[in-house]
Design a protein around this ligand. Sequence first.
Ligand code: GDP
Length: 371
Amino acid sequence: MIKEETIYCTGCGVTLQNEATGSLGYVPAEAMQKEPIICQRCYRIKHYNESSSITLKQDDFLKLLGSIGQAKALVVNIVDIFDFEGSMISGLARFVGNNPIVLVVNKIDLLPKVTNTNRIINWVQRRAKEQGLKVVDVVLCSAKKNMGFDRVIASLQEHRGDRDIYVVGATNVGKSTLINRLIADFSDLEAELTTSHYPGTTLDLVKIPLDDGKSIVDTPGIVYEHRLTELVSKRDLNRLMPDKPLKPMVFQLNEGQTLFFGALARIDFIKGEHQSFTCYTSNAIQIHRTKLERADELYAEHKGEMLAPPSKADLEELPKLVKHPFHIPKGKKMDVQISGLGWIKAGSDLGADLAVHAPKGVKVVLRESLI
Ligand code: GDP
């Protein structure tokens, strides 16, 4: 148990606690004996140049965004190209006020090698605009593979002026990985970490000092439960998230056929001419083709076994599948994006009617095709 009186982190000022790892202010019980006491997050930044993931739910996150609106900030919003729709922060533009936003699109190492970068940037710009998000720049990178990082730094230098850099993102987009790179390139770790208190919130953000007296502000990641990645077990999470460039699987389907993605999702091709369904999902997810008329029965009999992941036990924890009808207009190729699982490109001269089944709550959208 933590000591009776409230104790604060001498690094960032957050109230310390030793119960919830991954939450703000966590410090392991043994570290409470040391002086000065700092939270695990500050400890990692100081000693390993490493920030770790702290997460927040929607309400607190919106308060946090609101407070960024009051600050003089360059907002760096990191999104995940593998789950673009699922990782976009809804209402970001509204909350951050007049502060400029740079959209950093991470994990581009996952795109097939032949992908045209300019096309992707244009696609991202159109998507951002559709969502009412005005950005001063779109930069593609891979924090993990160290690709495009020079462009990230160049963009931040160009747009930050005398602003602090606030890094925001959903969980799992690679925010920590990216911040750790920024720390390595940019920061002055001899200087002290400082606290910033925001009125009306319990948040104390870690400011990582930069060489020029400004800071990078690491914010907690928002947990979006509409992402499949937030709903599955840890083991299945590793299967869902690809770690190599995507190798799309192509299926030639007739109407009346169904594709199962393990037992996590299913696409029914209800009506349309013979066409290809190109699946951009992790290769650890087995795709199984069957007749639509047999699909319910197959699912009932084989979920958690032949149709896996998830395993039978993990399936119990997952919300039931619900159906989303979609119509792809004539002459268009479009993506059905299932947040956290990936996307499937389909469409033909005569259009297509689809029914997509995904666990209840998971965001499923039809979008202009990415590739
Ligand atoms: P955070 O929750 O946003 O702080 O995300 P993390 O930095 O902890 O990363 C979440 C997961 O995404 C980890 O498994 C990382 O290895 C992975 N990841 C981060 N950056 C990249 C990237 O550029 N490419 C790929 N393929 N994976 C990445």
